[in-house]
Design a protein around this ligand. Structure first.
Ligand SMILES: Nc1ncnc2c1ncn2[C@@H]1O[C@H](COP(=O)(O)OP(=O)(O)OP(=O)(O)O)[C@@H](O)[C@H]1O
Ligand SMILES: [Mg+2]
Length: 257
């Protein structure tokens, strides 16, 4: 079960000019489009099949669906285009941007989301994948990405706000440990600055387990891919910088207050 879901528009609802631009990137007329479930972007997210047998995945959105989504897709296009080939992510095929509509065309990945609640071998496949993403993303291949610490600073300063203005019903344990909580948050934030690209929104619906490769025996271990490049950020990750086995998102999770 992957619960995250929002309303999407379909491939057929895209203006003809956007569909044509996508077909030019794919290199053939699209004959089938299968809208994908999971995730929240309100635009198109569809697996495409073209008349010459080619496949691709398209994401497209305009401010008519949501004011913020086009900016996120633009950023995702920039990040996807800059990823090195060894990153465990769909290859970037091209994008279309007329200032209103933005469409990204990516390699189609035949796979499925990990099960939730998580099971061990899928979790291990995902952790290996995130380790590979950290290795491929060190040093960060995408120029001018904000630091994760900047993106999370406000969240991590929650205990400072509690200290500045304690609610009348503040839990006694929190009141007694407030200085420690503030210090942990400060340390967590400081630990995030760095040079490794991280996904920042790892959830089951932003991962695809590549069953095809497993079936065909290329690799006995299940492989995972990470679609949805929007939330990539950078933070320090000593283990992955040294080629160790830490999963990138684990560090963010451990820092959360
Ligand atoms: N390259 C791909 N090939 C096949 N299916 C994909 C691909 N990329 C994503 N998908 C599927 O489409 C769904 C939506 O894609 P994606 O996660 O990129 O968009 P979103 O969830 O709407 O936005 P975001 O994750 O950026 O918030 C994914 O959950 C996945 O099932
Ligand atoms: Mg998603």
């Amino acid at each position: 079960m992957v619960a995250a879901t929002g309303a999407r528009i379909g491939w057929d609802e895209l203006p003809a000019v956007v569909r044509q631009a996508v077909e030019e990137i794919v290199g053939a007329t699209v004959i089938a489009a299968e809208s994908q479930h999971g995730g929240f972007s309100p635009g198109v997210a569809a697996r495409l099949r073209a008349e010459n047998g080619r496949r691709a995945f398209v994401k497209a959105v305009s401010p008519d669906q949501n004011d913020e989504s086009p900016g996120l897709h633009r950023r995702e296009a920039r990040v996807s285009a800059a990823l090195p080939p060894e990153a465990p992510a769909p290859r970037f095929l091209g994008s279309y941007d007329d200032g209103h509509w933005i469409a990204l065309v990516l390699e189609d990945v035949e796979g499925r989301h990990p099960q939730t609640p998580w099971i061990r071998d899928e979790l291990e496949a995902v952790l290996r994948t995130l380790d590979g993403l950290a290795r491929a993303g060190t040093p960060c291949p995408v120029p001018d990405l904000p630091q994760a610490s900047a993106a999370l600073a406000d969240d991590f300063r929650g205990w400072d706000r509690v200290a500045a203005n304690p609610p009348a019903d503040l839990d006694p344990w929190v009141a007694a440990n407030l200085d420690w909580l503030r210090e942990q948050s400060r340390r967590g934030l400081a630990a995030m600055d760095g040079v490794t690209l991280v996904h920042f929104d790892i959830r089951a619906d932003n991962l695809l387990l590549d069953e095809h490769r497993r079936r065909h025996g290329e690799d006995e271990r299940r492989r995972a891919q990470v679609p949805g490049r929007r939330p990539l950020r950078v933070y320090r990750n000593r283990e992955s910088a040294e080629g160790g086995s830490a999963a990138t998102t684990g560090h963010s999770a451990h820092c959360a207050p």
